[in-house]
Design a protein around this ligand. Structure first.
Ligand code: ADP
Ligand code: MG
Length: 219
C-alpha cells in the first residue's frame, strides 16, 4: 500500500515572500558585491572607467546600513528603500538604473505584507521594463538588460523558478562578450567593446544569484 505521504512530499506548497525574504536577498547581494567588487571594476576598466565595483560597493553598503536601522513594513517598502539608497549613493549610470529597478519593483508590490512568487515575478518585470525605458536599451545592446530580461522571463509563479532566473541571467551576462556596446560608456569604444563581458550584466547576474540563494535559505 502506498501511503498518501509519498505523493504529498512531492508537492512543495508555494511559499510566501515576506519582508525578511527581501532583506535577505539584499543582504546576500551586498555580500556578493563585496566579494566580486574587484572583478566588476576590472571588467569596467576594459570597456568603461573602472568604477563599477566600487560604485556598487558604496551603494550596497548604504543599503545594508539603512536596513539595519530601519524596519520597512513590507516587501515593497524594503525594495523602495533600497532603490532610493542606490540612487542617492551610487552615481554613474548604474545607480539610477539599479535604483529604478528596485524602486519600481517595490512600488508594484504595493503595501502587502507578504507576496507570492508570482506577484514578485510580475513586479520585477515592471521593474525591468522601467530600466529599459530609463536607459533606452534593449537586449543585445550589451548592458545589464542582457541579464535582467532573460532572468525576468525565466521567473515564474513557483519558488523553484528563482534558480532558473539566476542561470538565465548568468547565461545572458556571458553572452555579452561578443557583442558591441550600443549604450552607456562602453558604446564610445565602438568595435573595441567587442570581446569583453559587460560589467552591469555581470552585476545583474550576481543580483539574480543572490535572489536564488535567498530563496534556497528560506525555510
Ligand atoms: P558608469 O558607466 O557611469 O561608469 P557603472 O560603471 O557603474 O556606471 O555602470 C556601467 C554599467 O551600466 C554598464 O556595464 C551597463 O551594463 C550599464 N548601463 C550603462 N548605460 C546603460 C543604459 N543606457 N541602459 C542599461 N544599462 C546601462
Ligand atoms: Mg563605470
Amino acid at each position: 500500500m502506498t501511503g498518501e505521504g509519498d505523493h504529498v512530499t512531492d508537492q512543495k506548497p508555494d511559499r510566501i515572500l515576506d519582508s525578511d525574504f527581501f532583506r535577505r536577498w539584499l543582504t546576500v547581494a551586498a555580500a556578493m558585491v563585496e566579494r566580486e567588487a574587484g572583478r566588476l571594476t576590472e571588467l569596467d576598466s576594459a570597456i568603461g572607467d573602472a568604477d563599477h565595483g566600487s560604485n556598487l560597493q558604496r551603494g550596497f553598503r548604504s543599503v545594508t546600513a539603512e536596513l539595519e536601522k530601519e524596519s520597512p513594513a513590507g516587501p515593497g517598502a524594503v525594495l523602495v528603500l533600497a532603490g532610493r539608497r542606490l540612487i542617492s549613493t551610487v552615481g554613474g549610470a548604474s545607480g539610477p538604473l539599479y535604483g529604478t529597478l528596485l524602486r519600481r519593483t517595490g512600488k508594484a508590490l504595493g503595501d502587502a505584507t507578504e507576496v507570492t512568487p508570482g506577484e514578485f515575478t510580475e513586479a520585477l518585470r515592471a521593474g525591468v521594463a522601467a530600466v529599459a525605458q530609463l536607459g533606452g536599451a534593449k537586449v543585445g545592446d550589451k548592458t545589464m538588460l542582457d541579464a535582467l530580461e532573460p532572468a525576468a522571463e525565466a521567473l515564474g509563479a513557483s519558488f523553484s523558478s528563482f534558480s532558473a532566473a539566476a542561470e538565465a541571467a548568468e547565461k545572458g551576462a556571458l553572452a555579452t562578450v561578443p557583442l558591441q556596446a550600443r549604450k552607456g560608456r562602453a558604446s564610445y569604444l565602438g568595435e573595441r567593446s567587442i570581446g569583453h563581458q559587460d560589467p552591469g550584466a555581470t552585476s545583474s547576474a550576481l543580483l539574480m544569484a543572490a535572489l536564488a540563494e535567498a530563496a534556497e535559505a528560506t525555510p
